[in-house]
Ligand binder design. Sequence first.
Ligand SMILES: [Zn+2]
Length: 689
Amino acid sequence: MRSEISRRQFVSSAVSATAVASLPLGRLSWPAGENAASVFTVPMASTSLEPKDQGVLNLAKTPHAKLRNIPVHAVTITSGFWAARRQTNVEKSIPSMEKLLEGNGRMNNFRRLVGKSDTPQHGPVFSDSDVYKWTEAVGFALQSGDRPELRGFTDKIIKEVVAVQEPSGYLNTYYVGDRAKDRMAPDVQRWGHELYNIGHMLQGAIAYYRATGDRTLLDAGIHFVDGYLLANFGPAPDKKPIFSGHPEIELALVELYRTTGDKRHLELAGYILQGDDRIKVPHRGIVYHFCGIPFTSRTHLEGHAVRAMYACCGATDYYLETGDQTYWKTLNTLWDDLFNHQMYVTGGVGARSDGEAFGDAYELPNFTAYGESCAAIGNMMWNWRMLAATGDAKYADVIERALYNGINSGMSLDGTLYCYRNPLGFDPSGGDQIRNPWYDVTCCPPNLERTFASLPGYFYSTSADGLYLHLYDNSVLDWHLEDGTGLKVQQKTNYPWKDAVDITVTPEKPAEFTLYLRIPGWSDHSEVTVNGKAAAGVTAGQYFALKRRWSPGDTIGVKFDLSTRVIEANPRVVDDYGRVAVQRGPLVYCLEQLDQPQGVALTDVRMDPSQKSSSQFHDEFRGDLLGGVVVLSCTGAVHEKSSSQAGLYFRYAPNASKARGVPLTFIPYYAWANRAATSMQVWTPVVNA
Ligand SMILES: [Zn+2]
């Protein structure tokens, strides 16, 4: 799978294809050995937006984005489902993770290099990224409002990080001393995570810059990219090749380009996405690392799931800036593979623990499911980019599925314990501790923290003709349309527990624009009213376009179909064959053993196919349970074996077992494993299956 064009041709064509060539260059250079910050005085004028007004992605000038991000500060989530989760995140998770990073030597790794600690290096090669991802979580948290104490100790951490940067720009706490000679060696590029660390540093630096205007970490990141990477690496014969190893630098470089306007940052991302065959990697490595060959030669998802998702994010970012149709074609091929063959009903991805990898098509085991929290987050990040490119609600449906289920399950309700893997079935007898405060590979906890902290930035987008509403919860948007018209939108709701959302639209003056309401794919029958009058043409799985002259105080009423849905999987998913899952609104449900009647083992439980009619489910909000959840119940059956069915194998006898009715109680999947260790399953067999 070799490229038809040379690396050099590729880079030059990518540059000419960009519509961003007119942006100010912002090209920087400084005398050797001088600290970047001391010479970095030119403004980063790539965008008309102030740093604080740049969203999760700064798409203000992105030529192939149909939708543009709104800043995180523009949406205040006031109360309800996500407000509670986000409060726990910023008040418990983020502060406790800082203590864990400290306690596990992550900061001493930096201090040691400037003589302020004599403890040995701690943690795996990617340990620096834990600090950077946590910094990104803080950056997003501060975009929702100042927190002086959090700001204070993050400033201190950033100072300790940049103190370690070498005059060349190189910055890493592992490849130092005796290991310095191994820096960016081909094999270290495969496994050493040097650029993965810097990718997360850049993302953290950008989020922090957007929150505070402080460029300390950002300047250090630019210094690494310009001073070390661009000076020594690239497609030219006199430069050394790059193999990304763990994709992440690609998406970070595109966001850096959106921040600096320096098109070399975009070109470098394009070069890395293209791969450089001067670094020879065996086929299994090309599969596992999901890099090293042209991204556009990929035909399906495979290999390490987080790597593949981050690569898809970077490739979509690259497409959004360049409009390169070969990328767009590949991205659609891979998305179809994701959606039709590879995604769990929870939005989790990556079926195999071996290699933390995608399996074959339809290979979606439940008990052994890997479903790493980071991979579900990568899935959401990728779909956010695809949504920006198209405005197609199918991507928003995946975002919601992953967010409410396979991501949300990753953090305990008290915000101090985290899942690395998110299986869809669980048996505690093996002793597996599913939620833990700390992992030596602690990628998932700060990843969850940055996702929850950035969440307001995912609620809306603007388009040339109006506003898109993606996510529902009690919130106030205070932003403006792309033509500058000020606009406030208030949502009042008990979503996802209740079916109604009341929306008030307040433009600064009467204005004609389109408000695109997302109608989730799961809502079979939705009703929309405008100022009390029913609107026609509402379709599940699409944005409902309300084009009119909006006046201050106009109201929209939305009612979704929250009836419980019983879900079947494609029969090729052998692990789900003859089984059903239960979903209500965006939430996938599960059975936990401790909610079922005494003596009824989950392994013996069946559901009655006649109950596919959702009216037979009873729902009840239980404020006292799991932070307040709607519990679902129905009458199922327990399968009682006859004496002829003992042992491991026996003669098939369909009528030998007796079923008796039992009440079954379902809780939202995200809330599982928050009480005593107990069995859990998402997919339950149907009677006589
Ligand atoms: Zn992870």
